[in-house]
Ligand binder design. Sequence first.
Ligand SMILES: Nc1ncnc2c1ncn2[C@@H]1O[C@H](COP(=O)(O)OP(=O)(O)OP(=O)(O)O)[C@@H](O)[C@H]1O
Ligand SMILES: [Mg+2]
Length: 276
Amino acid sequence: MSKPWKEIIEELDQEQLKKLALKQRDEIDELARLLTLYKEVSVHQTRLATMGEMCGGIAHEINNPLTIINGSLFLLERQFQKKDARPEVIAGHFERIHETVSHISSVVVNMRAMVVKCEGTAKQVVKINDLFCKSLIFCETKFKNRSIKLESICQQGLSINCQPTQITQVLLNLFSNSFHAIKDLEIERWISIKAWSENNLIYIRVIDSGNGIDNEHVKSIFTPYYTTKSIDEGTGVGLSISKKIVEEHQGTLEYKLVDGNTCFEMSFPFPLEKKS
Ligand SMILES: Nc1ncnc2c1ncn2[C@@H]1O[C@H](COP(=O)(O)OP(=O)(O)OP(=O)(O)O)[C@@H](O)[C@H]1O
Ligand SMILES: [Mg+2]
């Protein structure tokens, strides 16, 4: 049997104890380094998972407009072949192509913003409505395909001081959780996002038509790697990373029931007014 630690320490002289302490400090430093690395990898992993989620949406968001552009080009060609081509019809087709190209480029711009490493980017005051729009671009089609009604209500003029890509990532995580929870429900399927201000704080809620999270899971949902999903559906990091991001913005993220429905609520401080 190996000797107890107390006896080993008593037998060591000062020099040996110092060496042992130094060795342990090195080991603790190494553990701290590994822990930091591990945290970085999980953040990266969530970003990749979010991107994977988005790719399905993006395929639709780009494919559908491409079909519209193709159709308009075909009709334009026919107009040009006609002797009595009508300028207003031609202008209409050009306008549709122009709008559709703009839509594709906004999808691409948002996609690029998500890919860019954003840890270093400065915070900026951003309208919450813009954050909602930019996040929804990635999942509107997915919701529509499952007949999930979407309601977005934002008190006019509300802004928060944030790294927009990070808050977009939080919203996408919450939408993805809601989508997963209600997509196969027989009851009415809806997701509602709201933003308002109250008592000097700004609140953002994502509510879905699911009827809450079972008590046995509630206490663990913010724990990293806690998931009730199968291995190919979730890794269990979405909520823990989202909470961390929100707290880095001096905010809070919590789960609650609202009128019997599943709700995730964020609160943020008001952006500080710039003094001139
Ligand atoms: N809107 C929701 N409705 C019901 N359960 C939810 C909802 N949001 C989260 N949960 C529960 O909380 C768990 C943890 O969520 P979290 O987002 O951290 O991980 P995940 O969705 O399982 O995996 P990942 O986000 O890494 O893909 C989920 O597995 C699910 O059980
Ligand atoms: Mg999730």
